[in-house]
Design a protein around this ligand. Sequence first.
Ligand code: ATP
Ligand code: MG
Length: 204
Amino acid sequence: MDKKSDSKKNNHKQKMQKLKESVDASIAAATTEKGIGILLTGDGKGKTSSALGMVLRSLGYGFKVGVVQFIKGAHPSGEAKFFLHNHPDITFHQMGTGFTWETQDRDGDIKAALETWAIAENMLKDESYYLVVLDELTYMLSFKYLDEERVLKTLNSRPKNQTVVVTGRGGGKALRDWADTVSEVKEVKHAFNSGIMAREGVDY
Ligand code: ATP
Ligand code: MG
């Protein structure tokens, strides 16, 4: 072994030792055990699919999961098809009115939003739900279909060990303040914008 490669190895070892110290210190500093509030927002693709990734993880450990989808298009999504037929530990509910620009019926949308929120509220009061996903909830607040104060009050008084994931663009300051983890997915490019059709199993 020549001297040059020896010193390279030593450098690497020292760097990794330092990194390990820093990672270990961060792990030791995280001592609070509680469910997390997570907001996945931004204009890029990946918010709902990330939330569904956490659903998969929780189900893997045998935890009970609730998913409430506040806006859906004409096609039933792949996740709806899967969860409605394949898993006993999940309660899945879709508002099912279609996109708001298609229904063009504000009163009908508000009624549907309130009915759907009532289902979410029950999950947020039930500690047997380990994870609750409120998909596209941000739009219900920005369209003022749901009262932000009421929503936040319920989110804040949920069971201590329950994790809640909220998805959707925007979201506003109150939701960002509520969340422990906020990720903003940035669009760099999206296939649809170069004329490629949305794909089953990938986009819905
Ligand atoms: P996904 O469900 O794929 O994780 P998302 O939840 O981040 O996407 P939404 O705003 O809920 O994004 O939109 C859902 C649908 O719109 C998906 O089919 C997604 O591929 C598509 N989409 C998301 N972002 C964009 C974008 N920037 N331009 C065009 N279409 C998009
Ligand atoms: Mg989405």
